[in-house]
Design a binder for this molecule. Structure first.
Ligand SMILES: Nc1ncnc2c1ncn2[C@@H]1O[C@H](COP(=O)(O)OP(=O)(O)OP(=O)(O)O)[C@@H](O)[C@H]1O
Ligand SMILES: N[C@@H](CCO)C(=O)O
Length: 315
């Protein structure tokens, strides 16, 4: 259930008057999502998504608006926030920060085919090409510093083998990344399958940029590979791996440091989700009654990335 703040038709009809999007025809709460209240809004001019922000860093919202405006202006398939008649995107409604977006077409791909993987790699490559010139800045909230700090809070909940693994891995990443500067830019930060929408093989939209930040582009790519190209047993699926990366490098070839650190980055981003999911369960339970994601999935992926050879990167 993802309507934490209910809205009436009258409230939304009045809200829409601030914009040039037409008059309310229907309003429907979206039953997915875990963090924000989301509504599908229909007017005679089209379909829109209204998001009320319930938690998180409200001071980061202008960064997300600027990033989405920028990517939208560069023809990436993202929902560019609708600006009101005065040119302002970030609003307040029912005491919450609010944004209105165009509704992107399509559905989440649970088992993406190779054409869908290639479409994702293509869009991410195009995004990273332009995002290196994005002027905004927001530190990556889940970077290596965060891993180093926050893993200490979950060690007590792990068995001896997992505790030793987590500590050894983080020490290894710290050494591997020391003094190395990888290409940086704005990144999505959480580009899982359920943050994309497809109509057939066409990528209709990349959504949920609320983990967006500026950081290492390779971090984004590794998150994508771990989610999109892992089979049920956690092993890398060579075909999906090649489809995504092959399409990506056509826009942004990887440099020598990125190639050298690729397998480490795959492990680090697997551990990033293992840790964030453990923190949700043991340390920071969500304010709302939602089913937490399973940390074991990313413990499995980490083990696979450690113990199996990573397929070569495309040239
Ligand atoms: N612009 C959009 N176009 C179409 N559907 C959208 C759009 N924005 C959000 N949605 C739908 O609403 C759902 C919830 O939105 P969103 O992911 O922003 O919320 P959340 O609470 O942050 O959820 P999550 O748990 O996925 O992080 C999405 O899974 C998607 O189905
Ligand atoms: N994609 C995240 C949840 C949202 O940040 C996860 O799977 O743990």
């Amino acid at each position: 259930m993802a309507v934490f703040t209910p809205l009436s038709d009258a409230q939304v009809a009045e809200f829409l008057e601030r914009f040039n999007v037409g008059n309310l025809r229907s309003l429907k709460g979206v039953p997915h999502g875990t963090e924000n209240s989301t509504f599908f809004v229909t007017t005679e001019r089209g379909e829109w998504v209204l998001t009320l922000f319930e938690q998180g860093e409200f001071e980061d919202l202008p960064f997300f608006v600027d990033l989405l405006d920028y990517l939208d202006a560069h023809d990436l398939p993202v929902p560019g926030p609708i600006h009101d008649r005065q040119g302002v995107a970030l609003q307040r409604l029912a005491g919450r920060p609010a944004l209105l977006f165009p509704r992107m077409p399509g559905a989440h791909p649970s088992a993406p085919n190779l054409a869908q993987c290639a479409a994702l790699g293509d869009a991410l490559g195009r995004m990273h090409l332009v995002s290196q010139r994005f002027q905004g800045s927001r530190a990556n909230p889940r970077d290596l510093d965060w891993l180093n700090r926050r893993h200490l809070e979950v060690l007590a909940f792990l068995d001896d083998a997992d505790r030793a693994l987590m500590q050894a891995e983080i020490a290894d990443y710290t050494l591997a990344f020391e003094g190395i500067s990888l290409p940086r830019g704005a990144i999505h930060g959480d580009l899982f399958r359920d943050n994309t929408l497809y109509e057939g093989d066409r990528l209709g939209g990349i959504i949920d940029f609320y983990n967006g930040c500026t950081g290492e582009l390779l971090f984004d790519l590794a998150i994508v590979i771990n989610d999109w190209a892992s089979d049920e047993d956690g092993k890398l699926n060579a075909e999906r791996y090649s489809a995504i990366l092959g399409a990506y490098v056509k826009h942004r070839p990887l440099d020598a440091y990125e190639r050298r650190l690729w397998s480490t980055m795959l492990r680090m981003t697997a551990l990033r989700y293992w840790l964030s999911r453990l923190l949700v369960i043991h340390v920071d339970p969500p304010a709302h009654d939602i089913t937490p994601h399973d940390p074991a999935r990313f413990r499995l992926l980490l083990g696979r990335r450690l113990n199996a050879e990573i397929p070569p990167l495309p040239a």
